[in-house]
Design a protein around this ligand. Structure first.
Ligand code: AMP
Ligand code: ZN
Length: 112
């Protein structure tokens, strides 16, 4: 399978690592849309949030326990936003589940 984020996790494509544990890998987005823009991905390939099931939910739960640590590491003491795009209408460009962590300023109230 040809997956950009699987290649990043394996170190085949360089990235700026922010955090890593047994379940997830976090790195800076190459095209930041906020002063702080980080991506968190499960090490296991899951196509999108629409493919979350009882079989892979543990990896997702682990990501959400890592996110506060990642946010603290990024200095996001005043809040942040988590976004996950799904499919064509959601404008998902990489088909490996990822959560955008956006912050470092007061974000737009408009989400769509
Ligand atoms: P999405 O559009 O929700 O699928 O998000 C994919 C994100 O991956 C975009 O914000 C891209 O800027 C980001 N991205 C694409 N290639 C890379 C890369 N090589 N390193 C870091 N981020 C990337
Ligand atoms: Zn993948």
């Amino acid at each position: 399978m040809d997956c950009l984020f699987c290649a990043i996790i394996k170190g085949e494509i360089p990235s700026t690592k922010v955090y890593e544990d047994e379940y997830c890998y976090a790195f800076l987005d190459i095209n930041p849309q906020a002063p702080v823009h980080c991506l968190v991905v499960p090490k296991e390939h899951i196509a999108s949030a629409d493919a979350i099931s009882c079989d892979n939910a543990e990896a997702v739960a682990k990501i959400f326990t890592a996110i506060p640590k990642i946010a603290a590491k990024l200095g996001l003491t005043n809040g942040y936003r988590i976004v996950s795009n799904i499919g064509d209408d959601g404008c998902q460009s990489v088909k490996h589940l990822h959560f955008h962590i956006l912050g470092g300023k007061k974000l737009s109230e408009n989400m769509a």
